[in-house]
Design a protein around this ligand. Structure first.
Ligand code: SF4
Length: 65
């Protein structure tokens, strides 16, 4: 099962991923991206990988669990 993972050491809270994929990510109390515990649907994967490419700090990725 594939899920989104965010490295909180790197995330600057720009909001790109949260606004692009609100069903997968929310802001935590520190204003950083926080993945909800949701499996990446096959139809969403390409869009999410594009966001992974555009994260300014390379803080987000998709990982196999
Ligand atoms: S795109 Fe990257 S830096 Fe911006 S909120 Fe998402 S994980 Fe954080």
């Amino acid at each position: 099962m594939e899920k989104i993972v965010v490295d909180k050491e790197k995330c600057i809270g720009c909001g790109l991923c949260v606004h692009s994929h609100p069903e997968y990510l929310v802001f935590d109390e520190m204003g950083q991206a926080d993945p909800v515990d949701k499996e990446v649907a096959p139809e969403d994967k390409m869009d999410i990988l594009e966001t992974v490419e555009h994260c300014p700090t390379e803080a987000i990725k998709v990982e196999q669990e």
